[in-house]
Design a protein. Structure first.
Length: 239
């Protein structure tokens, strides 16, 4: 290929290096595009299911994907003996915990974990403690699937007290209690059922725009690399 007094003369090693980087940048751009699509789908699913009436959860185990972000309702009794607290939860700049209480579902032995809300815990020399309602209750909230993601600098060790957890690990709860547990967590949302605890309607963080921006950056870098490689591969012809 020749343009005026310049001929396209690519070299093997720079060409292979450019091809490898180009493939990497395109791959990362497609990866971020996929994450943007997933984020948009989660946001759309949340909006759609938030408009539906509450779904009743019974003792048979549910398909978690069919209930994620759905409004649900369940009847049963809280079990204070297995209540635990999720550490490192901040509300308006104040340190605290989320109160996680298993509820024995009416009519069987299946439990479901209920996030009853946030409670302040500023004196870390004392064990956290929140009263648990007794008797039959009806819990209404949003179903979510718990994750196991840890903070970057969080040490991989148990907390000072067995009822204080760093990560809401469903498998750990099942292992320690040998109970049959529904594969979703219920975040309480109805006023008057959280005993003064602070509750928020859980919703997925919409990172669609952020991931699209990252994808554009990777594709842009791929374009710049391709242009630079082509430009530097032209050699001036000898007169």
């Amino acid at each position: 290929m020749q343009i005026f007094f310049y001929r396209f003369q690519p070299r093997l090693i720079p060409g292979l290096a450019a091809l490898a980087l180009l493939a990497l940048f395109v791959h990362l751009g497609l990866w971020q595009t996929g994450k943007a699509e997933q984020s948009a789908e989660r946001a759309a699913l949340y909006d759609a299911r938030s408009k539906h009436p509450p779904i009743s959860i019974g003792t048979p185990l549910v398909n978690p994907e069919s209930l994620i972000y759905a409004q649900v309702v369940v009847r049963g009794e809280y079990e204070a003996a297995h209540q635990f607290y999720l550490d490192n939860q901040v509300e308006n700049g104040r340190p605290g915990v989320h109160v996680i209480t298993p509820l024995k579902i009416e009519g069987g032995d299946t439990r479901v974990l209920v996030n009853r809300g946030w409670a302040a815990w500023e004196d870390r020399q004392k064990r956290p403690y929140v009263e648990t309602p007794s008797g039959t209750v009806e819990a209404t909230g949003i179903a979510v699937i718990p994750g196991k993601q840890k903070y970057l600098l969080m040490p991989d060790r148990r907390e000072a007290w067995p009822e204080l957890w760093s990560v809401l690990d469903m498998g750990r709860f099942v292992e320690e209690t040998a109970m049959q547990v529904q594969p979703v967590i219920i975040h309480l949302t109805s006023p008057g059922q959280n005993d003064g605890l602070v509750t928020h309607r859980p919703q997925p963080e919409d990172k669609t725009a952020m991931h699209k921006g990252y994808a554009l950056q990777w594709f842009g870098m791929a374009g710049v690399l391709l242009g630079f490689y082509i430009w530097t591969s032209f050699r001036k012809m000898a007169p």
